[in-house]
Design a protein around this ligand. Sequence first.
Ligand code: NAD
Length: 340
Amino acid sequence: MAHRVTLIPGDGIGPELAEATTRVLDASGVAFEWESVVAGEAAIAAYGTPLPDEVLASVRRNKIALKGPITTPVGAGFRSVNVALRQALDLYANLRPARSMKGLDTRYENVDLIIVRENTEDLYAGIEHMVGRDAAESIKIITREASERIARFAFEYAVANGRRKVTAVHKANIMKLSDGLFLESCRTVAAAYEGRVEFEDRIVDNMCMQLVQKPDLYDVLVLPNLYGDIVSDLCAGLVGGLGVAPGANIGIDTAVFEPVHGSAPKYAGLDRANPTAMILSGALMLRHMGYPDEATRVETAVRAVIAEGTQTTHDLGGTTGTAGFADAVIARLGATPAIR
Ligand code: NAD
């Protein structure tokens, strides 16, 4: 029986990445029925809103979605559809693995980090206002419930995946109440895993330096929303850039899989963007759906094409297009590329 999955192609490079990724997943051995819905800039033109009700209804119905990046205007304009989706569906955990790949020109060879980012609160709660004309306030919300929940997710992930250590990242020396509560919550949860998973904490600025100098010292990182967003891009940079960094937004019974990167509008429609991040997000989805062997096959095929180095995209120094890269991955999977 085919699995019905919501597909949100998104903006900019999103549609071509979605096309490449669904072709790879269709060749993985798992049968999919893609329910494609429109969100972002295209939805404004058609429905007058970047997040039509049908998008949320579809994800709620199918419980699983594959999503391309969606543009968010800087400064004025509509609020982030990405943040709205995560909040509306209570996708509280943002999982972003950063793992080195052979064939990529990077500073380190054996980076293997898991970033677990709290996805529903912090400064992303979107509570901002002007104070007069010349001052602005953004409210940072940290709750014990959300902090303990994300810490538990990080430790459970560590146990399930044989990881040795969880590091909580914060700025509790300055934000003693908000980040202090996050750290206290992580410590409370860590106590229940003593003897099974190590625990330590790092101040976020020091963490950034340590990750750049000695990434091998770290394993699973758990962070509040904003630091998680920034540190995961740093970690993406350690393993080859945003073009290869996958992600998952996971809730209690619903999950949305999407690359870490944005809509890169300057490459839209040029068959130039790297679909690796979205294909690897698809592999995370396969694993989440209970298909670990198929997930590994897709990951191995992607890694093989990148290691070989003759059919990589422009960001990795190659000349192959988005669709051509997907064809190369499909060929490695042992299937015939579907007709486009
Ligand atoms: P971006 O990730 O789109 O681009 C940053 C840099 O990485 C650019 O140089 C871009 O060309 C490159 N890049 C990104 N993905 C790539 C890929 N697959 N292949 C090759 N190169 C790639 O970030 P930005 O420019 O800061 O943001 C553009 C838009 O995306 C903004 O509107 C932003 O709000 C949005 N955004 C959305 C998401 C999301 O949907 N989850 C995440 C981040 C940013």
